[in-house]
Design a protein around this ligand. Structure first.
Ligand SMILES: Nc1nc2c(c(=O)[nH]1)N[C@H]1C(S)=C(S)[C@@H](COP(=O)(O)OP(=O)(O)OC[C@H]3O[C@@H](n4cnc5c(=O)[nH]c(N)nc54)[C@H](O)[C@@H]3O)O[C@H]1N2
Ligand SMILES: Nc1nc2c(c(=O)[nH]1)N[C@H]1C(S)=C(S)[C@@H](COP(=O)(O)OP(=O)(O)OC[C@H]3O[C@@H](n4cnc5c(=O)[nH]c(N)nc54)[C@H](O)[C@@H]3O)O[C@H]1N2
Ligand SMILES: [Mo]
Length: 761
């Protein structure tokens, strides 16, 4: 079992003065203005701004500063004083081709985009264009191509109002090609969790955090990716609860925490130890590890029965609410500890210790993130976690449940309001009745299918509502060429990024307001709403001056494109909706009456209003009408076999990035500073291969599909990792991930277990 003292690299606790330093580094660099502190103080509170960073919920009972290190970084990154104006493109050195050599960090550091831009191939530069001309040209091209050849991508950021209209734009235009960032992220949850409990989202609510006895953490890194989660974790420890972690990498936020909102803790440096047990399993080893835990439960239940003691498995719950139990517990009994140890990389003794905590806890919450979803059998990982929870009735009662931690601040909500490529997820009949048109009934493309469509030359136009798809998807090198070969790329963006540097024949960058800025429309400053990981809907209202007089709101840009690309119709009141977002919320309420009752009235409730979730009430919307036990067909989540010289590559996030946005080069919580061009490997593996710490190496994808995928210039860095598992940063590693390497059920790219070789040089 790993501990902090095992860390070869010195990193302080999560939170504490380190987080303040982390914030001030960004402060100093990009945001000297004092008004930002006022912005931070309004964050995540009623009548304030909902954080632009992650989707962690906001408590109804908020504290003075309801933000975290990374929320503050995201805020300051958005509120930067730097501006990327049309003048930027007049510099001799700033051709699009030349900018491809810039780092992601430097591209975004040019500042906020201020004007709509059109690509000029003759000068290889973007030039300013009027909104009218941009919309007209985009509309003409979209109308001239096959309706199936256009894709409308959304990165999970824009509010529910703009997102609802974006989905309506795609459908009135004529397709369901509405892939979203969750296709690379928690789509495994949407598909996998629905299969076993009938809910595409997590089952817990805020109060469950205060009631639980234990968190079981699988592949989620709260210290970096959802730091406000550290507070309920600390509260759990303060009241004597347990936290058990399964992660191949020792993540500081799961080891110890100093509460930056507690003056005493800050002055005394008092750390809270977070994980009672930290199990460094192999990447892809969760199926076996969880099977081991389940085996412990089954054995304990058998023993209790033999001794006439209270049952360990909640048989009443199992009988009333589940299916597949007998077959599943047979597989637990049949699995040998030797196999479990081999596949998980953990010992029987360690798993028994974790199993004891699981059994002793009356209420358990299973938490997970990308460490479970981004595997070839990611949905099996999730089904295994659900198996574990179901055995003791740990879903659908207070203090217990399944907690996928979502990424982008409105990623879950965008799906709720219709950004979905699968028509079964959308009430098309309601749309038909509301807007008097025939919505397309054919399923659209998800991200993998859209990228394959690009590779095949079938996708001709790509509209992006936020995001940086060229950099975020697998097979990035092939993606760059295919992206640029299209007829049209339209990117609604706040900052310059790599996707802008591979312009199609016609390419537009449309700059939008950030969430902190006032969004003045004909009826005044508009609120927007978002949905967090716990299905709570909250309003957000901006208060700072727009970065320039030329930027528009995301909603106004969506309706601008719609008016140009979609034939006018009586039911499509794009201008009226732009003038008053409350009307869009009425449309959402009409389309989804159960979820959004009294929407406009309730959106300012502290902590948001709850959209509801059947599984939380033990209503299972599965074909069986029950929660499903899944018997695993294999003991790991990989789509390949181990082989000599083949490693399992984890593509990881640093503490100084938000996805493809790179704030800086300090991965403070892992004790790694100064460079992202590194690959972490265990000292034993380094020695076995005859390499040395600090040597320059290349990673080469070990898949035989005729493609060469290689990333060189990486400094080999000794780090405490399980044998055979290595780690390097996302997005740089995306050149290595094959597009066909994805979860079998949901097509989420398997970015946490990429088969690679390590070569010198
Ligand atoms: N600051 C910051 N916040 C963010 C983001 C960001 O980039 N920066 N991104 C946002 C987005 S879009 C998302 S989706 C979330 C992502 O947040 P997370 O879900 O936390 O995603 P990752 O950091 O990619 O990976 C999580 C953990 O999985 C572990 N892991 C890797 N492979 C395995 C495995 O096989 N098994 C297990 N058990 N663990 C494994 C990794 O070591 C890592 O600690 O965060 C959101 N919040
Ligand atoms: N190898 C590997 N690949 C991965 C992952 C991984 O763990 N490993 N993670 C995956 C995950 S979880 C995700 S979610 C995706 C992320 O993929 P995306 O969501 O496509 O990428 P982001 O980096 O979040 O997008 C950053 C850009 O968004 C724009 N932006 C920022 N704020 C706003 C705003 O308010 N409005 C608008 N319109 N634009 C804005 C800026 O221009 C910025 O450059 O990447 C995935 N790819
Ligand atoms: Mo994500």
């Amino acid at each position: 079992m790993a501990d902090q003292k095992d860390l070869p690299h010195d990193s302080g606790p999560a939170g504490g003065w380190g987080s303040m330093k982390g914030i001030s580094q960004i402060f100093g660099e990009t945001w000297p203005a004092g008004g930002g502190v006022r912005s931070l103080a309004k964050m995540n509170k009623p009548k304030g701004v909902m954080c632009v960073s992650c989707a962690w919920p906001k408590p109804a009972n908020y504290s003075a500063f309801e933000f975290c290190e990374n929320g503050a970084k995201a805020t300051m990154w958005e509120l930067t004083k730097a501006r990327c104006t049309p003048a930027f493109w007049q510099d001799d050195a700033h051709t699009v081709t030349a900018l491809r050599d810039w780092k992601d960090h430097d591209l975004e550091k040019t500042g906020r985009l201020t004007h709509p831009l059109r690509y000029n191939a003759e000068t290889d530069r973007y030039v300013a264009v009027s909104w009218e001309d941009a919309f007209a040209a985009i509309g003409t091209t979209l109308q001239s191509i096959d309706r199936e050849a256009a894709v409308f991508y959304a990165s999970g950021h824009a509010g529910l109002e703009a997102s609802y209209l974006y989905a309506l734009l795609a459908r009135t235009y004529g397709n369901n090609n509405l892939p979203q960032s969750s296709n690379m992220c928690h789509e495994t949850t949407s598909v996998g969790l629905t299969k076993v409990i009938g809910s595409p989202v997590g089952t817990i609510v805020w109060d469950d955090l205060a009631e639980t006895d234990a968190f079981f953490f699988f592949g989620q890194n709260p210290g970096t990716n959802s730091p406000r989660f550290l507070h309920p974790m600390k509260d759990l420890k303060d009241r004597g609860g347990k936290i058990i972690t399964f992660n191949p990498v020792i993540e500081q936020g799961l080891v110890s925490f100093v509460d930056p909102q507690s003056p005493t803790a800050m002055l005394t440096g008092k750390e809270t130890r977070i994980s009672d047990q930290y199990h460094q399993l192999k990447a892809g080893g969760d199926v076996a590890a969880i099977l081991g835990l389940c085996k412990c439960v089954v054995e304990a239940d058998d023993a209790a029965k033999a001794a006439g003691k209270a049952e360990v498995i909640d048989h009443g719950f199992v009988k009333q609410h589940t299916t597949g139990f007998d077959e599943f517990i047979d597989s637990c009994r049949d699995a040998s500890w030797a196999e479990i140890e081999q596949e998980s990389g953990l010992t029987e003794a360690a798993l028994r210790e974790a199993g004891d905590v699981y059994i002793a806890a009356e209420k358990v919450i299973g938490v997970y993130g990308m460490g479970l979803t981004q595997h070839t059998h990611g949905a099996l990982n999730i089904a295994m976690l659900v198996n574990l929870l179901l055995l003791r009735g740990n879903i659908g009662r207070p203090g217990a449940g399944c907690c996928p931690v979502r990424g982008h601040s409105n990623v879950q909500g965008q799906r709720t309001v219709g950004i979905a490529e699968k028509v079964k997820l959308v009430p098309l009949d309601k749309l038909k009745a509301l807007f008097d048109f025939d919505p397309p009934t054919k399923d659209g493309m998800n991200i993998v299918e859209a990228v394959e469509g690009l590779f095949a030359g079938k996708v001709r136009a790509f509209v992006s509502l936020g995001g940086n798809l060229v950099r975020a998807v697998p097979d990035q090198k092939r993606m760059e060429a295919a992206w640029a070969a299209q007829d049209l790329t339209v990117m609604v963006s706040t900052k310059l990024n790599r996707s802008h540097l591979f312009p199609a024949r016609q390419a537009y960058i449309l700059p939008c307001l950030g969430r902190f800025e006032r969004d003045e429309q004909a009826t005044g400053n508009q609120s927007i709403t978002t949905e967090d990981s716990f299905s709570m809907i909250s309003a957000s209202i901006g208060h700072t001056a727009p970065v320039s007089g030329m930027v528009r709101s995301e909603l106004a840009i969506v309706t601008g494109i719609a008016k140009a690309a979609v034939a006018p119709a009586a039911g499509l009141k794009w201008d009226e909706w732009t003038a008053n977002y409350a009307l869009v919320r009425d449309l959402i309420e009409h389309t989804y009456p159960d979820d959004f009752r009294d929407y406009n009235a309730r959106m300012y409730e502290a902590g948001g209003f709850y959209r509801g979730n059947g599984a939380h009430e033990r209503i299972w919307k599965t074909p069986e009408g029950r929660a499903v036990f899944t018997t695993p067909g294999q003991l790991n989540s990989l789509g390949f076999q181990d082989a000599p010289g083949r490693y399992r590559l984890i593509t990881m996030r640093s503490n100084d990035q938000f996805n493809t946005t790179i704030y800086g080069y300090s991965d403070r919580l892992r004790g790694l500073e100064g460079s992202r061009d590194i690959v972490l490997m265990s000292p034993e593996d380094i020695e076995e291969r005859g390499f040395r710490d600090g040597q320059i190496v290349a990673l080469v994808t070990d898949v035989d599909d005729g493609q060469d995928r290689r990333l060189g210039g990486l400094t080999l860095t000794a780090y405490k990792l399980p044998r055979g598992t290595i780690a390097s940063y996302y997005p740089e590693c995306n050149v290595l991930v094959p597009i066909g390497h994805h979860d079998q059920l949901s097509k989420t790219p398997a970015s946490k277990s990429v088969p690679v070789r390590v070569e010198a040089g």
